[in-house]
Design a protein around this ligand. Structure first.
Ligand SMILES: [Zn+2]
Length: 255
């Protein structure tokens, strides 16, 4: 027993000594443990929970890339009243935790999920990755369609819209494809009611995408008005599945 304890102590001392050297030069095992070290990811968790209580602020028009649009909207909810804002927020926190464990630096576009707060507006969300020179920006939403049987996720990439997105539309499309593949690998199905049935949409009307100078996509992770999608979205296990899929897509894109 005493010899085993001494051996463990020696190992602990050795690994302690090895730590700083690895931190300085991330090679070999350290790089494998932190594959996203040095990467910067911006996560935009949908609408603020209190947007509905602040109509004046939320309806103000802001630049959206070639047009002006309302600052934000209230987002949708499940039929039982579970808000999109809360869903997006909880998924975003899980995505952040996973990305940080992989070594990435993560920034969120909002820092609370509160009925007392509103915003930020789409122009701020759109530009959130620019000054940080982020590797990518991921905007997390859920849809609210009343069409019978409408369910599944879709990923939205920015259209080629000069001068706004010409520099990022190709890389964003690649990010969108990786995100779609990753969500599928995690057992999620593409939307059967929108985006042409292939889970991939390209849009030119979204300020959150138009104003980005870094590769960006918006994901509508499911239809909150569908009972099956809603069940997944309102469970911690379901939200972990969405988060794992999104992180997997980010990893593939950055590899
Ligand atoms: Zn939304």
């Amino acid at each position: 027993m005493r010899r085993a304890a001494a051996l463990l102590l020696a190992l602990a001392v050795l690994s302690g000594l090895a730590g700083p050297a690895y931190a300085d030069r991330p090679t070999g095992p350290a790089r494998a443990a932190k594959p996203l070290a040095g990467r910067v990811v911006v996560i935009d968790p949908g609408h603020q929970l209190g947007n509905g209580r602040h109509p004046r602020q939320v309806n103000r028009l802001v630049p959206a890339g070639g047009s002006r649009k309302p600052c934000n909207t209230t987002g949708t909810a499940t039929n039982a009243g579970y808000p999109e804002a809360t869903f997006a927020w909880k998924v975003a926190l899980k995505v952040r935790a996973r990305l940080e464990r992989l070594g990435a630096t993560v920034r969120l576009t909002r820092h609370s999920n509160s009925v007392r707060r509103w915003g930020p507006c789409v122009d701020v969300r759109g530009q959130a990755g620019n000054r940080l020179r982020a590797d990518l920006k991921l905007s997390i939403h859920a849809d609210g369609s009343y069409a019978a049987g409408a369910r599944g996720f879709h990923v939205i990439a920015p259209a080629d819209r000069r001068p706004w997105t010409h520099d990022i539309y190709r890389s964003s499309y690649r990010l969108a494809r990786e995100t779609r593949s990753a969500l599928r690998r995690h057992g999620l199905h593409v939307a059967n009611y929108i985006a042409g049935g292939d889970g991939l949409d390209v849009r030119s009307d979204l300020g959150t995408l138009n104003l980005s100078d870094v590769p960006t996509v918006m994901v509508e992770l499911g239809n909150m008005r569908d009972s099956r999608d809603a069940r997944r979205m309102t469970s911690a296990k379901g939200r972990s599945t969405y988060a794992a899929g999104l992180v997997s897509g980010v990893r593939r894109y950055l590899d």
